[in-house]
Design a binder for this molecule. Structure first.
Ligand SMILES: [Zn+2]
Length: 477
């Protein structure tokens, strides 16, 4: 009898230990009872999320046990936002992005002059994940014999941006682009409007380098709206490179509906073409860049008084413009040249990824992601919560999959995914930055995890943590 009783006890204990309901696994961190959103599988349900080290280990209907448990009741638990287009990756810039729910911030549009140097600057010093592209504008500047400045966003207008390149110079650009991808670049970054001397064949040759590696070209187009979409879609079609058109809002302006139809058409014909937008009616760029070469008014549909200097609010005259365009100083200016109805139509299109194009002086730097949620999900109801999370995390992760295997573990609330997680209050998540006060952080992000480490806790930035990792073409090789 005693023997039998002991056997029963042992079996009972074994059953208990093996049962998933017997949640004795202790995770480093548990996000308890939040509304978990996974855009890939369309999961939208109250769950516990178990995290250990830098990974999501469990997503459970039952309460999980953790060394630390954060009560996420009433909060949204979603994949951290991935910003494909951010220029300011300084510590201050990353702090603003963190408060906007961003866990990965990438400079893919133009890229820096030197990818290896860029990665070195951020290694072990970065609040958020970071990465960049091989830069065609800087490869061109160097091939044309002009030094590149690591701090500038785009080259100053001059012979290196405006003159046609020789066949030999184009070859040198291609060599540099290959080297820069080998250093970790996530594809080729282009700003054709900033290098107007680049011929159609030079552009196609840059696309060829991306195609050799089966990576995308991230492109700020030439500046002729529908005509420019034709140029880059043709370059993608003839080379086989994937194409990502940056800020289709400011590149297409009132022609954006047609530009989006062209992107959809290219996709329907089997081309890998994606695009992005930011939710503001004004853009920002350097006034001494080639974007403001003669003829700019017709290209960007603006005039002197549409240009504003951030901080002072000064609107330009022809005299002031001429002086600043000719200056070596890379002054950033804001250009009011779009309408709210155009911007709304773009953001609400399911093809369009949310990306900020952020830099100091424009409210998009601090507020892009919260603004999309607040304006379109909460106030107008024109984008669903699931769709917004898809535009901010899953779609950008998928865009990166040709560039790096790391992307397959991003943008997802799934077991095995990286623990890059935003926990926000659906009632209060909102942008606070304006054209008058562009550096005010968004509110409503309660917790933000980057590779399992909290960088925002209880709505406040955590000091002294740098869990951001490099996202590069080198991983997995
Ligand atoms: Zn741009």
């Amino acid at each position: 009898m005693l023997q039998h009783s002991l056997a029963v006890q042992v079996i009972a204990l074994a059953a208990l230990t093996c049962s998933p309901a017997f949640a004795q696994t202790q995770y480093d961190l548990v996000l308890h009872n939040g509304r978990v959103i996974d855009p890939e599988t369309a999961l939208d349900a109250v769950r516990d999320v178990g995290i250990s080290n830098d990974q999501i280990i469990a997503i459970s209907e039952q309460p999980l046990s953790g060394k630390r448990v954060i009560d996420a009741t009433g909060l949204i638990v979603a994949p951290g936002f991935i910003d494909l287009h951010q220029h300011d990756l300084s510590p201050e810039g990353m702090r603003l992005k963190a408060m906007d729910g961003v866990t990965t911030t990438l400079e893919l549009e133009i890229g820096p002059p030197d990818v290896a140097k860029f990665l070195d600057q951020h290694r072990n010093k970065s609040l958020l994940n970071y990465g960049t592209t091989a830069s065609h504008p800087w490869a061109r500047t160097l091939a044309m014999g002009q030094p590149a400045k690591q701090g500038d966003i785009v080259p100053t207008s001059g012979d290196a941006t405006n003159k046609p390149a020789t066949a030999e110079q184009i070859q040198r650009m291609q060599e540099r682009l290959r080297n820069q991808i080998n250093a970790g670049g996530l594809g080729v970054g282009m700003g054709i409007q900033y290098t107007p001397g680049a011929s159609r064949t030079e552009i196609i040759d840059a696309f060829r380098v991306a195609a050799e590696r089966n990576m995308p070209v991230f492109v700020h187009m030439r500046g002729d709206r529908v005509e420019s979409v034709s140029e880059v879609i043709a370059a993608a079609a003839v080379t086989g490179a994937a194409l990502h058109i940056v800020h289709i809002n400011s590149s297409c302006l009132r022609e954006a509906p047609e530009c989006l139809r062209m992107v959809a058409g290219a996709r329907a014909r089997g081309l890998d073409v994606t695009t992005e937008a930011y939710p503001y009616i004004a853009g920002m760029t350097q006034i001494n860049s080639a974007l403001f070469n003669p003829g700019w008014q017709e290209k960007i549909l603006a005039t002197y008084s549409d240009i504003m200097i951030p901080g002072t609010g000064e609107r330009l005259t022809k005299e002031r413009f001429d002086e600043m365009h000719a200056s070596p100083k890379p002054q950033l200016v804001i250009v009011f040249n779009n309408s709210q109805s155009v911007v709304d139509g773009i953001l609400e299109n399911p093809l369009v990824i949310v990306a900020s194009d952020g830099g100091p002086g424009h409210p998009r730097n601090a507020g892009t992601f919260a603004r999309v949620y607040d304006q379109y999900v909460r106030q107008r109801g024109t984008i669903t919560l699931m769709e917004a999370m898809r535009k901010m995390s899953y779609l950008p992760a998928v865009r990166l999959e040709k560039s790096t295997p790391q992307a397959r573990k991003k943008g997802r609330m799934q077991v095995g995914a990286d623990a890059d997680v935003v926990v926000f209050d659906p009632k209060s998540f909102k942008d606070q930055s304006t054209f008058e006060k562009p550096n005010v952080p968004s509110i409503g992000v309660r917790y933000l995890l980057v590779n399992g480490t909290a960088v925002v806790e209880g709505g406040k930035l955590v000091e002294g943590v740098n869990p951001g990792k490099a996202i590069t073409s080198l991983s997995g090789q």
